[in-house]
Write a protein that binds this ligand. Structure first.
Ligand SMILES: Cc1cc2nc3c(=O)[nH]c(=O)nc-3n(C[C@H](O)[C@H](O)[C@H](O)COP(=O)(O)OP(=O)(O)OC[C@H]3O[C@@H](n4cnc5c(N)ncnc54)[C@H](O)[C@@H]3O)c2cc1C
Length: 281
């Protein structure tokens, strides 16, 4: 196993703009031995290090079966701005993979419901691409069912917009935006992502949920699911906190008694229900 406390080099293979403030970059680890030993599961993250600037935790948005490792990044501060200015052939540092990812194996035989808000789709695109690479296109009546709900602020903020037609091979896809200007010709739903739950007929006993997005969205979505009798043990949420070491040492990312970097970022909701404030909603 490689040393995850020191960054190793990776070369940027390509970058692509997703929305006005978000881009995807594909990287390849330079050292062949590290490349061979490097394995991640969807939902884990890397610390991306831009020389001379600093590092930031960013989830993998590619499938582990993709040739390159992809990260989809919103420009927020120094590191992400510097990263957005780099192009193919330039070298960055990475440490990882870190954290606990989505329980893909547990989802295999169950109905999988993905709920994403905004850039929360990034670690869930990793799941979607993984299923696209490992499953044949869906059959109309077959169990297990796979469903994907995604909400963005406006049509222009939909990340991976061009990929949704392909996601439909495996998933029933439902999109909504908070608001759309008439000139955007939006023909999908308008409103919060939670209203898309009314479009689903869930079988709570055989459903597993993977969710990532703004915390308020996750709180209201979890509440909707509990009202529909989906057990808390079958709901998984990905949390974000400021973090530094990524290895459960520095304590920057404490979430109650847990470290987001080591015990998460993906948590079974039943483990953290007391920390997420659902009961007060
Ligand atoms: C496990 C994990 C996975 C992540 N995955 C992604 C991803 O796939 N794509 C992506 O774009 N971003 C992701 N992030 C968020 C990203 O790490 C932060 O936006 C990061 O701080 C950006 O670094 P920066 O130097 O550009 O901005 P900074 O200067 O660090 O931050 C800019 C602003 O964002 C605030 N901030 C920083 N980190 C967080 C945080 N975790 N939560 C809320 N506010 C924060 C800061 O306080 C500051 O106001 C993830 C974070 C975590 C913890």
């Amino acid at each position: 196993m490689h040393d995850r406390s020191t960054p190793f080099e990776a070369t940027i293979k390509w970058t692509r703009k997703e929305t006005r403030d978000t881009f995807t970059c594909a990287i390849r680890i330079s050292n062949r031995d590290i490349q061979r030993g490097y394995r991640f599961v969807p939902g884990q993250f890397n610390m991306l290090y831009v020389p001379g600037i600093g590092e930031a935790p960013i989830s993998m948005s590619s499938s582990p079966l993709d040739r390159d490792i992809m990260h989809t990044v919103r420009i927020a501060g120094d590191v992400t701005t510097a990263l957005s200015l780099l192009g193919a052939g330039e070298v960055i540092g990475i440490r990882g993979p870190f954290g606990r990812g989505w329980p893909i194996e547990e989802a295999e035989d169950l109905d999988l419901l993905i709920v994403a808000g905004g850039l929360g789709i990034a670690p869930l695109r990793s799941v979607a691409r993984h299923f696209m690479k490992t499953h044949s296109p869906k059959k109309k009546t077959a169990h297990p069912r796979r469903m994907l709900l995604y909400g963005a602020k406006t049509p222009k903020d939909i990340v991976f917009r061009d990929e949704f037609p392909r996601f439909r091979d495996i998933f029933d896809v439902f999109l909504s935006v908070d608001r759309a200007d008439p000139e955007e010709y939006w023909r999908g739903e308008t409103g919060l992502v939670t209203q898309l739950f009314d479009r689903l007929s869930l079988d709570p006993v055989r459903t597993i949920v993977f969710m990532c997005g703004p915390e308020i969205m996750m709180q209201t979505s979890v509440r909707e699911l509990i009202l529909r009798e989906v057990p808390e043990e079958k709901i998984f949420v990905s949390m974000e906190r400021n973090m530094n070491c990524g290895m459960g040492i520095c304590g920057h990312c404490f979430f109650g008694p847990k470290f987001v970097c080591k015990d998460g970022p993906v948590f079974r909701f039943s483990e953290i229900s007391g920390l997420m404030g659902i009961k007060e909603l």
